[in-house]
Design a protein. Sequence first.
Lengths: 87, 114
Amino acid sequence: MFRPRMRVIPEASEGLKACAQDILGWLDGQMGDNQWVCGDRFSLADILLFCFLDFAQSERVNQPINPDHKWVQAFYERAKARPSANM
Amino acid sequence: MKLYQSVGPNPHVVRMFIAEKGIDVPMETIDVRGGENRQPGYLAVNPRGQSPALVTDDGTLISEITVICEYLEEKFPTPALIGTTPEERGVTRMWTRRIDLGICEPMANGFRYG
């Protein structure tokens, strides 16, 4: 879908997906007991992370949350439960 | 004020931010799957051809999702979604940039290039 609209780099596709997972893994390890990315307060950082995780869960995008990333999985469920998540 | 929006994670971020703020922003949906964003009509709105895009009350184009959100935070400060002190705002912006550059960009390009 994107090829006629912009430069695409097919050979980079798998590597880029792996890069995203690397940083998700790093973030997972940083979050400790945080409810949200910045601690107790819900912020733009959470909205950004949630919406892209949500996009990634679809069959078409197929970059599901790694089961080892326990904080990320719990965060995703918490954010998805907010009424704003379905807008 | 009007938000041009569509399917995709980027418009979702702005719609969710707007919903968290509890504000009403008129929206127009464009058909990105059909390529409407690359047609002259939409390029006249946002020459970059990307969705979403905000046009302010005085006709100024603001695009780029984190920037649209910063603008809305300035216009509608409560509830705060970026922060109420310089330190809070610094921390939010740090994490937003880490997530954007480290996760969202490679994730989205991994999808687009595949």
